[in-house]
Design a protein around this ligand. Structure first.
Ligand code: ZN
Length: 118
């Protein structure tokens, strides 16, 4: 049996679940997406017109070492959207706060220290 320990993607998801246990079911899908041009994207979060979460996606071409950050980035969008759907710009203070919180929790869970954010 082969086992993988300290998977950074799983650790990021664990930090998100720890912080936001009431987010509901979120499925993160890996899909092929452009990596160049105006349609390039490494991750995405899509909502319908009523503000319901449709999907969280990660570009399957994203280098593995960046996937934890992409997941944290997109989950911060989900949480920020729940808090301030109509007023929050894409990467405003609410999103920044949640992204930093996920990052800090991930690091603390691995025995690291909190990193001061702006
Ligand atoms: Zn974003």
């Amino acid at each position: 049996m082969i086992r993988l320990f300290h998977d950074p993607v799983a650790d990021t998801i664990a930090a998100c679940n720890q912080l936001f246990p009431d987010l509901g079911n979120i499925q993160i899908v890996f899909e092929i997406a452009p990596t160049r041009g105006i349609n390039k994207r490494w991750g995405w979060t899509e909502f319908d017109d009523d503000g319901n979460l449709l999907c969280v996606g990660v570009n399957v071409r994203c280098p593995y070492q960046f996937v934890p950050e992409i997941v944290a980035h997109e989950i911060a969008h989900v949480v920020a959207h729940k808090e301030a759907p109509a007023t929050e710009d894409d990467h405003g203070p609410t999103w920044e706060r949640y992204f930093s919180l996920i990052f800090d929790t991930y690091n603390e869970n691995l025995g690291g220290e909190k990193v001061a954010h702006k």
